[in-house]
Design a protein around this ligand. Structure first.
Ligand SMILES: [Zn+2]
Length: 447
């Protein structure tokens, strides 16, 4: 089936002024101004009300945290105090049924903001949640979304002088065995894959050095990516200096993690030399502007990182530090915080849209998504400018970012519609809201 996405109001692609042709799961032709598709088509989609972007790609999240949004124990705190307040609540309350609802809710929210490919840094494994990655794979498949399942891990806890309580961590052998199981079952490294797996120790300081090193070996064996938190706060630098007598990037290097398989969440507190070292090795950075502002963590030096050779992507981060899962909102926040770091001319709407698409794709090691071009997967997000907030806007692409687009009217993934008229297909949104809300109420009760 060949479908012409005809004459969009605007499109983030060169030479596609009159649209693009989708055949099966791929983009097969761009239609330039005044042209028509070169071969017969089966269906026309009139996109004259739509601004069309490549589907957005979210490269950092913690879905289970949707259960503790705006939690009274955690609001108005910086990272370490915030984590210490929430860990015991998560440890005692996250169960497979609540985890499934949190996953479904976060994925649906992402999808409705225009995300076609999600990832979730799932590092919390209390007793009974051994099937967390399977639950996430099932939920992403049910929504028709692409996903990088990011198998997180923690094996150092309070008993070892770490922050997490003892009952949310696993031992090293159990972690590695499950990583191998999840890779074997879900990791597809072929072009067009709907599901991939990355290995993701929560932070280099919540796992043993052996687990960091062994994760690299496993990633090489299965040709998958590696992910972790790094450079989020000054506290982290001090912790690393006092416990390891070196800075976080040095420790990462000691563990064999300075490779282009790696993308880091946050990447804020680096020296100039560290930025060059990360760039030289092609280590990617997922910039999380909303979370960084909420937790007052600091400003990622996106421009220097990109200039040094690091891919820069975008992420919403977990829903207790960015209490929404809206990546389009994150695009706007990225523009704002980066203009504060640099200046108005240095950071444009094209930069922030690139981070949310091509940059994110590069972070997770994909060259088949994140761009509207011939041969790429047909992952597309369509926005209208019908809301009052857009009235009077001149440049449609800039308007998405500057006026604050937050909801896609349509989303196509691998050539299939997954959102139509602002609604996720196959999801009863009211029921999901009711069930997730009821599950989350238990997280407010005293422990
Ligand atoms: Zn995070």
């Amino acid at each position: 089936m060949r479908q012409w996405i005809k004459q969009p109001l605007a499109v983030l692609a060169e030479g596609a002024e009159d649209g693009l042709v989708v055949e099966g799961a791929r983009i097969v032709e761009l239609v330039g101004r005044g042209s028509r598709p070169s071969a017969p088509i089966d269906q026309v989609f009139d996109a004259s009300r739509h601004v069309v972007l490549p589907g957005l790609i979210n490269t950092h999240h913690h879905f289970f945290q949707t259960l503790t949004r705006a939690h009274p124990a955690a609001i108005n705190k910086e990272l370490f105090a915030w984590l210490t307040a929430l860990y015991p609540i998560w440890a005692r309350r996250v169960r497979p049924d609540t985890f499934r609802l949190a996953t479904r809710l976060a994925l649906t929210e992402l999808l409705l903001s225009g995300v076609s490919c999600a990832s979730d840094h799932q590092y919390l494994f209390p007793a009974g949640l051994d099937g967390a990655m399977d639950i996430q794979a099932e939920e992403a498949a049910a929504l028709g979304m692409r996903m990088t399942l990011t198998r997180g891990s923690m094996n150092l806890s309070e008993k070892d002088g770490g922050l997490p309580p003892d009952d949310v961590v696993q031992d090293e052998d159990a972690i590695l065995a499950d990583c191998e199981r999840v890779l074997g079952r879900y990791h597809d490294d072929r072009t067009g894959a709907m599901m991939q797996v990355a290995l993701a120790p929560c932070a280099p300081f919540t796992v043993s050095k052996r687990l960091m090193v062994d994760s690299v070996a496993l990633a090489e064996r299965f040709n998958c990516r590696l992910h972790t938190h790094l450079g989020e706060t000054h506290d982290e630098n001090e912790y690393c200096l006092s416990h390891f007598a070196c800075r976080p990037v040095d420790y990462l290097e000691e563990c064999g993690w300075l490779t282009e398989r790696v993308w880091l969440a946050h990447g804020i507190h680096f020296t100039d030399e560290e930025i060059h070292r990360l760039g030289r090795h092609g280590v990617g950075v997922c910039h999380c502007p909303t979370s960084n502002m909420v937790l007052a963590s600091g400003q990622c030096r996106t421009k220097e990182l990109e200039a040094a050779g690091s891919p820069v992507g975008l992420g919403v981060d977990g829903s207790a530090s960015n209490d929404s899962s809206n990546l389009m909102e994150g695009v706007r926040h990225a523009l704002m915080i980066n203009r504060l770091t640099y200046d108005a001319a240095a950071v444009t709407h094209f930069d922030v849209l690139r981070w949310a698409t091509r940059g994110s794709a590069a972070c997770i090691g994909r060259d088949d998504i994140g761009e509207i071009a011939v041969g790429k997967e047909a992952d597309l997000a369509f926005y209208t400018l019908d809301e009052l907030r857009f009235s009077g806007a001149g440049d449609p692409l800039a308007a998405l970012v500057l006026c604050g687009a937050h909801a896609a009217d349509r989303v196509m993934i691998a050539g299939e519609w997954r959102v139509a008229d602002g609604q996720p297909l196959g999801v009863d949104v009211a029921k999901l809201r009711r069930e997730h809300g009821a599950a989350a109420r238990a997280f407010l009760e005293a422990l």
